[in-house]
Ligand binder design. Structure first.
Ligand code: HEM
Length: 152
């Protein structure tokens, strides 16, 4: 069980780190002028973000079901549910930036001089930064959940 649980924890950390890394990359790249090439780069980074989120959910479910503590432990943890709710909020917040990146790439195909206005890039960056802060909150819930704080 020890190696099994350690393996699932490792997978969970790898996907969580890729997700957080992709989010920070978007926040940094959105400080630079967004032309056609940068719009394509942002969309590719966002693809990593999306794929890591899906793999993170699968690794997370695997930990809940097949990990050392089992479903009965997590079911009784208020911070497990707080973590799941926070993860859902992050998912919803990520829709806006993803749609912007997709639209920018589309518009750039039709316009060789395509550049995103500073105002619009700032607005999308603000949404990405809100996600970053909500991830920090999720990490707090993850730490409390793992130690059974507030649970039965
Ligand atoms: C942005 C998304 C997520 C991040 C950054 C994240 C991060 C973490 C971290 C840092 C831990 C270790 C906590 C500790 O030992 O102190 C952890 C544990 C865990 N996470 Fe996640 N997680 C995420 C999403 C999920 C999801 C979606 C699930 C379930 C579907 C999940 C299930 C778990 C489980 C079961 C543990 C083990 C806790 C324990 O040791 O008892 N996580 N997560």
């Amino acid at each position: 069980m020890l190696y099994h649980d350690a393996g699932l924890a490792w997978l969970h950390f790898v996907f969580a780190f890729i997700l957080v890394g992709a989010l920070f990359a978007e926040a940094v790249l959105l400080r630079l002028p967004v032309d056609a090439r940068m719009a394509r780069v942002l969309l590719r980074v966002d693809l990593f973000y999306g794929a890591s989120a899906v793999l993170l959910i699968l690794a997370g479910i695997s930990r809940v079901v097949w990990g050392a503590k089992g479903w009965a432990f997590y079911e009784a943890q208020p911070f497990f549910w707080a973590k799941m709710a926070t993860f859902a909020v992050i998912g919803l917040l990520s829709i806006g930036p993803t749609r912007s990146f997709m639209r920018w790439v589309r518009e750039a195909k039709a316009d060789t001089g395509f550049v995103v206005s500073g105002e619009e890039a700032k607005r999308v960056r603000r949404m990405v930064m809100i996600e970053v802060h909500v991830v920090a909150l999720l990490l707090l819930f993850a730490s409390l959940m793992a130690r059974g704080v507030g649970g039965a």
